[in-house]
Design a binder for this molecule. Structure first.
Ligand code: SAH
Length: 354
């Protein structure tokens, strides 16, 4: 089958055989990208129109007990300048974000033992109390199911935990031996069981990643059916074991955004900061390839330059208000429109997924 026909097949059936996925991922034919991006836009517009949802990202701690080989805030990076925000700081970030129009807050951080379950519950409960109309998303790594349940009961509605790679051997390569593929996958299942809207995802072009691994990722996404999929290029950080590895590419990330849009038509798909880091127009291009979410930084300016997962991260100097102005402009330049809402997954809008 010609590659463009495979794009139509993916859209119409929500699936492809391995060798067909491989053709779509590797196709170099002129005009193919424009074709798949256009199909992806048609599908996103069917479910979400021209709407783009914002998530205000609060990077509340860069302490981390883990030692992922790719990540700039890994435990062994003694050069990272560590910080953590207080509960009060986090709440005032949310208040400021609310005034700027954000209706989703994402608390992301390293796995910092200081933030015990009790502390997280208190933070979530207080955000929930102050902003009952907002979605609260956590992205704080691997926990036990009881902890996830406590956060949910305190008012968290969504959780982002990238699976990083669906291939066990590749997972082992990217992570130290004390981390386990099985536990990460178990966390994702627990989160879904509890009733969170769940986001998973992977880096593109991470060391050792082969086309076969990406096909495994796609099959995992197809079967797991997450509400959100966060993907972005791997970008090396100079104080990690992967300092000298090559970064992932814009082309590959855009191709995958379109494929994921066709695979999971109503998924929430962010055009990520990493994509904006390797290409100044990366996020606009992401929106034109099927993405429908942007996650501007709401962290206080004095800590922004310290949450460095990779080198050359963008938006580390801007005030939140500047960030949001810039986002409105970028989204409208891409032909879309920022809407001020929680931006729930399409399955939640009619209550059917609850
Ligand atoms: N501690 C949380 C949050 C991790 S940071 C957790 O474990 O889920 C969020 C994501 O950034 C990671 O899941 C990873 O996919 C991505 N990331 C980390 N280092 C990166 C790098 N060097 N380049 C690109 N993305 C990276």
């Amino acid at each position: 089958m010609a590659e463009k026909d495979l794009v139509d097949k993916l859209r119409d059936t929500g699936n492809l055989a391995d060798d067909e996925f491989s053709c779509v991922l590797l196709c170099q034919e002129p005009g193919f990208d424009e074709y798949i991006w256009e199909k992806a836009r048609e599908v996103r517009e069917k479910y979400y129109g021209k709407e783009v949802y914002l998530r205000g990202l609060i990077e509340y701690t860069n302490y981390c007990k883990n030692n992922c080989n790719y990540c700039g805030i890994r435990r062994d990076n003694k050069n990272a300048e560590r910080y953590r925000l207080t509960e009060e700081d986090i709440l005032s970030c949310c208040d400021m974000g609310y005034d700027l129009g954000f209706r989703t807050f994402v608390l992301q951080g390293g796995e910092d033992p200081y933030f015990t379950d009790d502390r997280m519950v208190s933070i979530v409960r207080n955000i929930r109390k102050r902003h009952p109309d907002c979605a609260i998303t956590l992205s704080i790594g691997e926990k036990e199911k009881e902890s996830y349940q406590r956060f949910f009961d305190a008012g968290a509605d969504r959780y982002l935990l990238r699976h990083e790679t669906a291939d066990k051997a590749h997972y082992k390569l990217l992570h130290p031996s004390e981390m386990s593929f099985e536990h990460r996958m178990q966390c994702l299942r627990d989160l879904k069981d509890i009733g969170y809207q769940v986001g998973c995802g992977m880096m593109l072009g991470s060391p050792g990643q082969k086309t076969e691994h990406i096909i495994e990722d796609l099959k995992f996404l197809r079967d797991f059916k997450p509400h959100m999929v966060g993907i972005g290029p791997f970008i090396p950080h100079h104080d990690t074991p992967y300092a000298d590895e090559a970064a992932g590419t814009v082309e590959q990330t855009l191709r995958l955004l379109a494929v994921i849009r066709l695979l999971l038509p109503d998924v929430l798909l962010p055009a990520t900061t990493a994509l904006g880091t390797i290409d100044p127009l990366g996020r606009e291009k992401g929106l034109r390839a099927g993405a429908n979410v942007i996650m501007p930084n709401l962290s206080p300016t004095d800590v922004r330059g310290k949450y460095l997962l990779y080198d050359n991260k963008i938006c580390t100097g801007d005030e939140a208000a500047e960030c949001i102005r810039c986002m409105f402009l970028r989204v409208s330049n891409a032909g879309y429109e920022v809407v001020q809402s929680r931006g729930d997954h399409a399955r939640y809008k009619d209550g059917s997924d609850k």
